[in-house]
Ligand binder design. Sequence first.
Ligand SMILES: Nc1ncnc2c1ncn2[C@@H]1O[C@H](COP(=O)(O)OP(=O)(O)OP(=O)(O)O)[C@@H](O)[C@H]1O
Length: 302
Amino acid sequence: MPGIIEAVDLRKEYGSLTAVDGISFSVKKGELFGFLGPNGAGKTTTMKICECVSPRTAGSLHIFSMDPDLAGREIRSRLGVVPQETNLDNELTVAENLQIYASFFNISPVEARIRTEDLLDFFELTAKRDTLIEQLSGGMKRRLLLARAMINHPEILILDEPTIGLDPQARHHIWERLQQIRSQGNTIVITTHYLDEAERLCDRLVIMDHGKILVEGSPRDLIDTHIGMDIVEVEHTPEVVNCLNSLGIIFESVSETIQIRTKTPRQVADQILSECQGVRVVTRPASLEDVFLMLTGRRLRE
Ligand SMILES: Nc1ncnc2c1ncn2[C@@H]1O[C@H](COP(=O)(O)OP(=O)(O)OP(=O)(O)O)[C@@H](O)[C@H]1O
């Protein structure tokens, strides 16, 4: 069965700059699909193409089996979009922001009022319904953007960095809501450069860098396929390097640390602690950060 979004060899050029360099992906109905990558990877550009607000330079794209070049308006009416920047109307209250937005979709005033109250309730903003935007916290603004994106009962939600700049509590609040929305059968596409967000939320994701997709899979599969083991980390000093060499332990240098991939992290850590003088050892499960690092040689800045 074709995906609800099907992209083949999608490209976007801005003059001589190639922002999206021939990517193919398929988003299935009902899944939470992620684009993970550092700043400038091409995630926002890809979202804007899918939102039918920026035409592709080449490649094919089908959303609901329709081509955005031919049916942009119809596709847009079935999408809910949260842009990276907070573009709420500061002159209006929370509830007014939702009602005005509803009018863009030809939703009747009566229906808009009902929908507004339902969404305010769902996003825990009812107490703020008559508050001006500038008096909201960052987390409340992001929740209101999500509520606004859902006003037209969209079949796909496209969220560009939905929790950017929020504190952990506000991020968790939004994650819970997104999981709830997904469990109701909606399709959600997010971009993020937060590894924990990608790991926690995404059913499947692609890792993007320099306009290309490096890998695709579920977070667990990507970690198992590319790393497959736990990580023991120690500080990178000449003494530690000598000591590990003398123990015959195979390691990799990763910026200021040394990493050892192993299926027996506790034993390796104990061996290092007993043989190498005064060294600090950390053991942890492998993460998407390790996958990114292995694929690109760089850390994904958090
Ligand atoms: N309108 C534009 N005109 C020219 N270049 C652009 C335009 N929009 C994006 N770019 C460039 O395209 C590349 C990809 O940018 P994009 O915003 O898609 O990346 P991103 O992965 O979303 O990063 P971020 O998380 O910082 O938004 C960057 O080099 C960016 O400078």
